[in-house]
Design a protein around this ligand. Structure first.
Ligand SMILES: O=C(O)c1ccccc1NCC(=O)[C@H](O)[C@H](O)COP(=O)(O)O
Length: 248
């Protein structure tokens, strides 16, 4: 019998019904909505409510926030009813734990990776976050802390052994995703600008191409099953303790 495929793929920064439908139809496991006003992908609460209703039960719904306070998180929870929060700011491990405890939702913490030293920071978050999202650091002077279409040296993750599932992120696109899957064998992938035709404008054909290329690489044996996963909608269990060239 063929092994079930398990690579989790998240399309982030969706803001229209059409591109959300393209993502769901092409088999995205997670769909992300950005709540960060300076972003071209920012969604208001009314739009979020509509998109949430469209996606519910078809993929995990992820609400991306940046150093949001509790009142903002509560308002997002009300409007979107996400399955998970993605924290993409400077949230400390204590803040991650507090959000998780207060809102009863799984939390994915995004961390920027540029050097081997950055990997040391992962340990502090492994015990408090349900998942980690390993992203490129923003370029100097960037307005956005993520969604910048830049890669980092994927080789830094060779041999990485985390207690929590992680998503590889940063500068992925339909052209380079198979190489990333073959090299890193990540449990999950996250993409935003690589499936756009312009800032904040998702392209259904690139979304489909991304999912197709990632799944094909996975089928060749390039991905591994997530560990310690939290199912969609489930109350979280306490965790144990500017596009660049593809890295070689
Ligand atoms: O996408 C945004 O606009 C954004 C704004 C503020 C914080 C994070 C943001 N995106 C983070 C993501 O989850 C992206 O998918 C991730 O950084 C990868 O982005 P990309 O390199 O564009 O694929």
């Amino acid at each position: 019998m063929e092994a079930a495929l398990s690579l989790e793929i998240k399309i982030c920064g969706l803001s229209t019904a059409e591109t959300l439908e393209a993502s769901l139809g092409a088999g995205a496991d997670m769909v992300g909505m950005v709540f960060f006003a300076p972003s071209p992908r920012h969604v208001d609460f009314a739009t979020a409510a509509t998109l949430g209703a469209q996606a519910r039960g078809r993929a995990q719904i992820v609400a991306l926030t940046v150093d949001a306070d509790d009142a903002t998180l509560a308002a997002i929870l009300d409007a979107l009813r996400p399955d998970m929060f993605q924290l993409h700011g400077h949230e400390t491990p204590a803040r991650v734990a507090a959000i998780r405890a207060r809102f009863g939702l799984p939390v994915m913490k995004a961390l920027g990776i540029a050097s081997a030293e950055d990997l040391a920071a992962l340990a502090a978050y492994e015990g408090v976050a349900d998942r980690l999202l390993l992203d490129a650091k923003p370029p100097k002077g960037a307005v956005l802390p993520g969604g910048n279409g830049v890669t980092f040296d994927w080789n830094l993750l060779a041999g990485l052994d985390l207690a929590r599932p992680f998503m590889l992120s940063g500068g992925l696109d339909p052209e380079n995703v198979a190489s990333a899957v073959r090299l890193i064998h990540p449990p999950g992938l996250d993409v935003s600008s690589g499936v756009e035709r312009g800032p904040g404008i998702k392209d259904p054909s690139r979304i489909e191409a991304f999912l197709r290329a990632a799944r094909a690489a996975e089928a060749e044996g390039g991905a591994r099953r997530p560990t310690g996963d939290t199912p969609a909608g489930a109350k979280p269990t306490p965790p144990s303790p500017a596009r660049e060239t593809s890295p070689s």
